[in-house]
Ligand binder design. Structure first.
Ligand SMILES: Cc1ncc(COP(=O)(O)O)c(C=O)c1O
Length: 313
């Protein structure tokens, strides 16, 4: 599936035409996976495009860079501004924003010292990750045979390009086997997360989600949903989840920038609850989409409005 191009990509401080945003084939990142990145959505609101939790995404980008000892040559504020400008110069409304920090071209060799730290930001139109229908009908998932990264191997808290080799194995297995998505277990056999999204269960009037120690990426949508659910009066708890619990819970849903809030309808072909989207999932979807689309007040300060004047640059 080809992606929709936009006009310009921000590369190391300047905008370059989409087709000219290139790297050398001997760039360190291509050979050793040395990159960290973010995935961010902007939504169309009645006051113009708004980027969801931009500050938290760039904060995580900086933390991922720190873990890999990458000295980012821009401040968080500069990267945030560049994200807003990238949406504006491309005249985008709803879009996906992809900032990437990577080790560029100087030498080939595992020791990355001396490689230039480069930064790019692209923004382009992007629809629903698992299709529009999944938001109501739910996704059919399987428990992947690949485990998530073991603690102290690849750091799961860093959103690093290399982690997505594990995600690709999980996703490929799932789609080749006729499922929409995979859920990974951690090395101890406890539930971790999807290939690119966090997981929540509704079980005996509680909302539970695996803790950061279950090799998950600490998702920003996960954090948003935990806050929304708590404020809506639900009991929310981080808990280590055994695999079999997924077969008996009342509701199951994914959260993530890509999937937003998407119900899971079946695990290993076993229906979750009745197999329909559950009431708690629906209530959280309504709260989430209400805020991101500007239909409900932004009471947590989650939206960064894209300055309209920047669009004329
Ligand atoms: C492996 C993984 N887990 C969870 C998430 C969800 O994180 P967020 O809600 O910050 O997008 C993502 C997506 O970024 C991911 O790639």
């Amino acid at each position: 599936m080809a992606m929709k191009k936009s006009d310009k990509i921000w590369m190391n401080g300047t905008f370059v035409p989409w087709d000219d945003a290139k790297v050398h084939v001997l760039s360190h990142v291509l050979h050793y996976g040395s990159s960290v990145f973010e995935g961010i959505r902007a939504y169309e609101t009645k006051n113009g495009p708004a980027i969801f939790r931009l500050g938290e995404h760039i904060e995580r980008l900086m933390m991922s860079s720190k873990i890999y000892r990458m000295e980012v040559p821009y401040s968080a504020e500069q990267i945030e501004t560049a994200c807003l400008e990238t949406v504006a110069v491309n005249n985008l409304k709803e879009c996906y924003i992809r900032p990437l920090v990577y080790r560029g071209y100087s030498h080939v060799g595992v020791d990355p010292r001396g490689t230039p730290i480069e930064v790019m930001i692209a923004a382009y139109p992007w629809g629903k990750y698992l299709g529009e229908e999944a938001l109501t009908k739910g996704a059919s998932v399987k428990i992947g045979t690949w485990a998530r990264m073991a603690p102290n191997t690849l750091p799961a808290m860093a959103k690093a390009g290399g982690n997505y080799l594990n995600s690709q194995l999980l996703k490929l297995e799932a789609v080749e086997d006729g499922y929409d998505e995979a859920i990974a277990l951690d090395v101890q056999g406890y539930v971790s997360e999807g290939s690119g999204e966090n997981l929540f269960a509704v079980y005996k009037n509680e909302i539970i989600t695996p803790p950061v120690s279950s090799s998950i990426l600490s998702g920003i949508t996960r954090d948003s949903v935990m806050r929304l659910a708590t404020d809506m009066g639900y009991k929310v708890r981080e808990a280590v989840i055994p695999r079999e619990m997924l077969y008996i819970v009342d509701e199951l849903f994914f959260t993530g920038t890509a999937v937003e809030v998407t119900p899971v309808s079946a695990v290993d072909r076993i229906k979750v609850g009745s197999g329909e989207r559950g009431p708690v999932t629906k209530a959280l979807q309504d709260a989430f989409f209400g805020i991101v689309k500007g239909d409900l007040p932004d009471r947590y300060g989650w939206l960064s409005m894209v300055p309209q004047s920047a669009a004329k640059r």
